[in-house]
Design a protein around this ligand. Structure first.
Ligand SMILES: Cc1cc2nc3c(=O)[nH]c(=O)nc-3n(C[C@H](O)[C@H](O)[C@H](O)COP(=O)(O)OP(=O)(O)OC[C@H]3O[C@@H](n4cnc5c(N)ncnc54)[C@H](O)[C@@H]3O)c2cc1C
Length: 473
């Protein structure tokens, strides 16, 4: 028997609040059965469900979601649809060249496919494919992309374009940007609208979705039995698409640590974005480990996020991952530093959410030890909006016991550096996090950080991109 932790609904994001939500689907009642049960109605769960139906239309696929679909990270993220090229070095650390190229190219292709999927199904998810600017906002971060670009060049791919510092400042509308490179394939979406569209398409394909149906216990065996407050679901295969909530299962807690990411959204800024020059729809990140990520919205706002890295004892998904005042204050401060023409009272929305971070910031797929029928796909590490489509393919193929390029890809059953158990996880994690904050604050002031802080910060999990250290133009 395995216990899972349920959470009251997280604070709704700007994205969720600005669309009309459909009525929730009925909760699970009584005893039912499924060929494949998916726990979690986020992007990973929904893509898995849809892919299963595409492979085998008669397969009985049931999604159980404790809140409503998109109530987790999928409806509250930055909406950056990114590739895995910024992680090519890490991919190569556990994949052979051919595999790394396959995953890099598939992740880039997934962004184009996301746009095509939205067009095909008339999903107005505000898909805007205007590329991503990976920038440096501290002298020490200039050229952070060097190793990544060199790794791409060695593989014969050139997803990044080098830009002059002037061009970066012009396109971002902020002099804080000292340098940068551009990846043209990247896009942005309205994440809650994307989930809602995907949910609609999944329902139309015959996927059964039960919202407000949190799974409290998994009775292992064949079939496995999933228990909710109102019912039981007997399933031949179970897919855990439970993002950071997966840390409730000790075996999976070794693979991920839930960390906070927070977002602040401004009111519509009228012509201000045109005036500063950020009118091209590009998404932007800096090169901090506690990354700042920002994009514009269809109605002319700035949506600005920060990976604040805050941790909860026991990795429980509670208030810290919904609406954390300290994380929001850090995020607002960085927003105002980046765009000093803004004032606090122009920030209209703020919320937080959980990131399921692996040590190397790439996901991992597999089955629970001794339970070949319980699969998982976790560790998106802040880049799941577009790659979740690939995750859906991998999990669907695993659930159907297919032997294909997805079940055989390098992310399945890969080696992962484990996180320590409590209390070392929380106590040690906080020591490292505070060192990262001190280090990055010093770097942002153009100062040299203390060497002990650099040592401690070096113990942190890697970030959204593989970065070369040392800076230098
Ligand atoms: C603030 C923030 C900003 C981000 N920005 C970006 C970005 O710009 N680009 C990007 O690519 N990624 C971003 N991410 C990450 C991205 O949102 C995730 O990687 C992606 O949504 C993962 O989808 P998922 O389906 O795994 O998780 P989720 O959407 O969290 O889905 C998991 C679901 O499982 C449900 N669940 C958990 N336990 C149970 C249970 N016992 N029973 C039933 N249901 C359960 C939860 O309620 C939840 O809905 C961000 C994340 C956050 C929090």
């Amino acid at each position: 028997m395995m216990k899972l932790n349920l959470t009251p609904p997280l604070k709704r994001s700007f994205w969720q609040e600005s669309i009309d939500s459909p009525p929730p689907t009925p909760a699970l009642q009584g005893t039912q059965k499924a060929d494949v049960a998916i726990i979690g109605g986020g992007l990973v769960g929904l893509w898995t469900a849809l892919t299963l139906k595409q492979h085998e239309p008669d397969c009985e696929v049931v999604v159980l979601e404790q809140d409503v679909c998109g109530g987790g990270a999928s409806g509250r993220n930055g909406g950056f649809a990114m590739s895995w090229w910024p992680k090519i070095g890490t991919l190569q650390s556990f994949c052979n060249t051919q595999q790394a190229l396959f995953l890099g190219q598939s992740a880039e292709q997934a962004i184009h496919e996301l746009g095509a999927f939205c067009r095909e199904h008339a999903i107005d998810a505000h898909f805007v494919q205007k590329g991503w600017l990976w920038t440096a906002t501290a002298p020490a971060h200039v050229n952070a992309w060097r190793g990544t670009l060199e790794a791409c060049e060695r593989l014969g791919v050139r997803p990044f374009e080098r830009l002059s510092p002037q061009e970066v400042r012009r396109r971002t509308g902020s002099t804080i940007h000292l340098a940068g490179v551009f990846e043209a394939s990247n896009a942005t979406v309205q994440p809650a609208a994307l989930v809602q569209g995907l949910r609609r398409v999944a329902l139309a394909a015959g996927v059964q979705i039960h919202e407000h149906s949190g799974v409290t216990r998994i009775q292992t065996g064949q079939p496995a039995v999933l228990h909710t407050e109102g019912g039981q679901l007997h399933a031949n295969k179970v897919v855990l698409a439970t993002n950071a909530w997966s840390a409730a299962i000790p075996e999976l807690a070794r693979l991920i640590t839930p960390v906070n990411s927070a977002m602040a959204v401004t009111c519509p800024l009228g012509e201000a974005l045109e005036k500063i020059g950020w009118a091209g729809g590009e998404s932007i990140t800096d090169s901090q480990l506690m990354v700042d990520y920002y994009r514009t919205t269809r109605d002319g706002r700035i949506a600005f996020g920060k990976g604040t890295g805050a941790l909860a004892f026991g990795s429980e998904i509670k208030g810290l991952f919904s609406d954390d005042a300290q994380s929001l204050a850090m995020t607002r401060a960085d927003l105002l530093l980046t765009y000093p023409f803004l004032s606090q009272d122009q920030i209209s929305h703020g919320w937080a959410g959980p990131i399921d971070r692996t040590y190397d910031s790439l996901p991992v797929f597999g089955h629970l030890q001794g339970h070949a029928n319980i699969l998982y796909g976790i560790g998106w590490s802040g880049n799941g909006v577009s790659p979740s489509r690939l995750g859906g393919r991998i999990l669907a193929s695993l659930a159907l016991d297919r032997q294909d390029e997805w079940t055989q890809c390098g992310l399945v059953g890969r080696p992962c550096k484990p996180f320590p158990p409590e209390p070392f996880r929380y106590v040690g994690g906080n020591v490292v996090r505070k060192a990262v904050i001190r280090k990055e604050r010093a770097e942002m002031r153009g100062q040299r950080p203390g060497s002990f802080d650099c040592f401690l910060a070096g113990l942190a999990p890697s970030g959204l991109e593989d970065k070369s250290t040392g800076g230098g133009r």
